[in-house]
Design a protein around this ligand. Structure first.
Ligand code: PMP
Length: 446
């Protein structure tokens, strides 16, 4: 798939000339995806790929899901858009479903057009409600690219500025196995994180508005804290009246298999005060949103409108997608097929010194690469595996702190067992091509 000039080469040059340099692009020769079906996509040169990353970014359930296409087409044929100044039936319908599913009592829902705007709104609500601009966030977290969300993003390499409207206090808990908390048992890790939280709160200036956290860190490399961490945090937060915002932009809608939301792995934490969602629910249409207790949602006194949030075409797509997800028990599918895939990948990586860990929940699986011998992060190896997997016809993602040495696997939730096996075979071959097997090559290659 390399060598000959592709139609993408020209487009890439035009992209570079007109779009920002900081817009990340995958692959040395980036791909132009022209169509998709089920768990597959095709590029402009006719190459077909099994999509093991689009499940978070582009399609939660399946590419070109007929019900979603039909819902969009029918709604577009009636009216494309009406704005929040008028009653919007699909928005009310989806809000009722999301409010019910959120687990938050007396829930209100506000729709946005992205995860960034959802978190931005959650921060506006929490800081207004608590009359404080102090926010607790997790180290290594990612919450978006607006002024307020880059300000709290713990992975500073994803944040272009140190200037922020918010005062952020960072806490441990998202990443295990690195730094001072490495090697601790679950219980000792939780105790250490709670002590860290108490310590940082002791340094705060009066009220703290909220803790915002991803239940499984997404861009951070699919790292999960032990179950129960957020329940232990909640006790401390409640003592101080601090709100808990769970960022479910990657973990929502059953992706983690055992739970519909990531926060539910920490059941005793109770429902969060605010929950943000985006990405998958629209199956590619731009839907984001915030769910909050009515008291918190209604703390804003100024009248407002959202021109595009809740647009009927996106809401119709969201409803059709959610119906499909529930009717086909895709959460259960994520649990079953994700469980098989993780086992299969663990077996494939067992002899590889360049793989530190295969981890995950449901269809959210991370493969962490390291330099054999030193155990240092191996970003060049991760890039090499990404390229080799693409050559083999498989798209995957990467992430994990500033070193980006974790392969991220998040296929559409309808992934079949046969596709899971096919993808695992391609990935196994890609890992070998990238010479992670040190018994053969002696080092990982970039
Ligand atoms: N929160 C999390 C956890 C995310 O992973 C992302 C996107 N990677 C965002 C928020 C921002 O979402 P969006 O790109 O839709 O603005």
């Amino acid at each position: 798939m390399t060598g000959e000039p592709t139609t993408g080469d020209q487009l890439y040059a035009r992209h570079r000339a007109v779009l920002p340099d900081w817009l990340a692009l995958y692959y040395q020769r980036p791909i132009e995806i022209t169509h998709g079906e089920g768990r597959h996509v095709w590029d402009a040169d006719g190459n077909r790929y099994l999509d093991f990353f689009g499940g978070i970014l582009t399609t939660m359930t399946a590419h070109a899901l007929p019900e979603v296409t039909k819902a969009i087409t029918e709604q577009a044929g009636r009216i494309l858009h009406s704005s929040t100044l008028y009653l919007d039936r699909p928005m009310v319908d989806l809000a009722e479903r999301v409010a019910h599913l959120s687990g938050i009592p007396d829930a209100r829902v506000f729709f946005t057009t992205s995860g960034t705007e959802a978190n931005d709104t959650a921060l506006l609500l929490a800081t207004t409600y608590r009359r404080s601009n102090q926010i607790l966030a997790m180290r290594n977290s990612y919450h978006g690219r607006s002024f307020s969300t880059v300000g709290i993003t713990g992975n500073r390499s994803w944040s272009p500025t140190s200037i922020s409207p918010l005062q952020t206090l960072y806490v441990h808990g998202g990443v295990r196995g690195r730094g001072p908390f490495a090697g601790l048992s679950d219980a000792a890790f939780i105790d250490a994180c709670v002590a860290d939280l108490e310590d940082i709160l002791g340094q705060a200036h009066g009220n703290v508005a909220a803790l915002i956290a991803e239940p499984v860190q997404g861009v951070g490399g699919f790292t999960s804290p032990p179950d129960g961490l957020f329940a232990a945090f909640r006790e401390v937060l409640d003592r101080h009246g601090i709100l808990w915002i769970t960022d479910e932009v990657q973990t929502g809608w059953g992706r983690t298999g055992d739970h519909f939301w990531g926060w539910q792995a920490h059941d005793a934490a109770g429902p969060p005060d605010l929950l943000t969602f985006a990405k998958g629910i629209g199956n590619g249409m731009s839907i984001g949103g915030v769910v909050a207790r009515a008291e918190v949602m209604n703390c804003l006194s100024a009248n407002s409108i959202s021109t595009f949030g809740g647009s009927p075409v996106t809401m119709a797509a969201g409803l059709a997608n959610l119906n499909h997800l529930v009717e086909h028990d895709l959460q259960g599918n994520a649990r079953r097929v994700g469980g098989l895939l993780i086992e299969r990948l663990r077996a494939a990586c067992a002899g590889l010194d360049g793989v530190r860990e295969v981890r995950g929940r449901g269809l959210m699986i991370g493969v962490e690469l390291v330099e054999p011998g030193t155990g240092d992060p191996a970003p060049e190896a991760a890039s090499a595996v990404l390229e080799a997997a693409r050559e083999g016809g498989l798209l995957i993602g990467k992430g994990g702190g500033h070193n980006s040495s974790v392969l991220r696997i998040a296929p559409p939730l309808s992934l079949t067992v046969a596709e899971a096996e096919e993808g695992a075979d391609i990935l196994e071959a890609a890992l070998h091509t990238a010479a992670l097997n040190t018994t053969q090559s002696g080092r990982s290659v970039g």
